[in-house]
Design a protein around this ligand. Sequence first.
Ligand SMILES: Nc1ncnc2c1ncn2[C@@H]1O[C@H](COP(=O)(O)OP(=O)(O)O)[C@@H](O)[C@H]1O
Ligand SMILES: O=C(CO)[C@@H](O)[C@H](O)COP(=O)(O)O
Length: 461
Amino acid sequence: MPLVAGVDSSTQACKVVVRDADTGELVRQGRAAHPAGTEVDPAAWEAALTDALAQAGGLADVSALSVGGQQHGMVCLDDGGEVVRPALLWNDTRSADAAAALVDELGGGQAWADVVGVVPVASFTGAKLRWLADAEPGNADRTAAVCLPHDWLTWQLSGAVGLDSLVTDRSDASGTAYWSARTGEYRRDLLELALRGRSPRVPRVAGPAERVGMHGDVLLGPGAGDNAAAALGLGAGPGDVVVSIGTSGVATAVSDVPACDPSGAVAGFADATGRHLPLVCTLNAARVLDAAAAMLRVSLDELAELALSAPAGAGGLVLVPYLEGERTPDLPRATGSVHGLTLATSTPAHWARAAVEGLLCGLADGIDALVAQGAAVDRVLLVGGGARSRAVQQIAPAVLGRPVVVPEPGEAVADGAARQAAWVLTGDLPTWAAGGSRTVEAAPTPAVRERYAEVQDRTDR
Ligand SMILES: Nc1ncnc2c1ncn2[C@@H]1O[C@H](COP(=O)(O)OP(=O)(O)O)[C@@H](O)[C@H]1O
Ligand SMILES: O=C(CO)[C@@H](O)[C@H](O)COP(=O)(O)O
């Protein structure tokens, strides 16, 4: 019974699972927090990984490990392999103007969707590089290589020092805006466009089950972007839509064909198996619940009970939850807005309900965008920390207008990374028994989405 480890180095925390490679049985796990903020020294991810691995009992009896990580973060390295500046994360919006400029320079959304399957927004690595070139040209000059959070952690674990040993995978490469999931090739011209002519090294893109190095006696897999790892962990296939309510809100589908959406709503990412992963991402998800709970001075469980005690539609109270700006729709400078506040709706219960419904309306729009790109929706799986909320579980099927499958609370991303590690170790993608899940149904409440659509644009942009 060889053991494998999977890592999820996500926005708020590093999570580790150790599983039996043959059966998938969970043997041990660990978790350590990441610093707050949208700009983070990668050393903090390494420290959290070390801590989470220790909590998970270490690696002495583990045969293989893969790292899943938050997508898009810009990690710049100098020619000695040192980090040039703190990494800008996917939810850092300072590169919004840079993204808009890049879209114009190539001739618009259709041109970008055609060449790399995505239209730049502030989140993508390419837009961050353009920001770097303009705001910190000295740091741009020092950047000899650029990679992503999961690439950097895998590289650290491997103990390699040469920039030529940096490795990534298709799923994370596809979130840079300078690698095409359709052709499987870098577009160095777009990397150079972003960096105004500079041409740093980028990681080699490994195959889905390739052995990319060793950490002591532990075999290292190529890893993946967190959303691709989650799809792998859940065993998602065509017809499944995974809705993740973590720091980001994500609706994603596994597909045999690349997405090409000139509006940019659906990103044409790759998955972790050689297929594609059309994806819609919002900036405001679980933290909307955190903010509402903090404002109402209640726990997350109390917030859920409050939300469930209010009527569907919260009596007309709508929260458009653009608390950190928004990515889909592309409104990086927007703020949240409240509509329909009356004496009757001025209660904690109505506020809690509006918070849950508001974040779910954004994800319902995301599922519609996936469908418009050709995705089939036979099953919706609800994951991420926010999916632990009883209110999210109960209200999601009403707002999304379809039943939702809620897997047992767990770590889908780390599980997917562990499954990849088992694949790398044995050469076969293991079929692990699915964990428990339950299907939650509710009468659809289309009026909630209609009311949200009415007020959604009446916000500070
Ligand atoms: N019972 C719960 N109810 C609502 N939200 C929860 C609950 N448990 C955890 N969360 C939320 O989950 C979020 C973290 O989710 P997670 O998927 O781990 O995020 P990330 O992967 O982005 O780091 C936190 O914002 C936290 O408030
Ligand atoms: O930017 C995206 C997807 O494009 C985000 O989904 C990040 O990958 C962060 O994920 P979480 O930490 O919220 O899971």
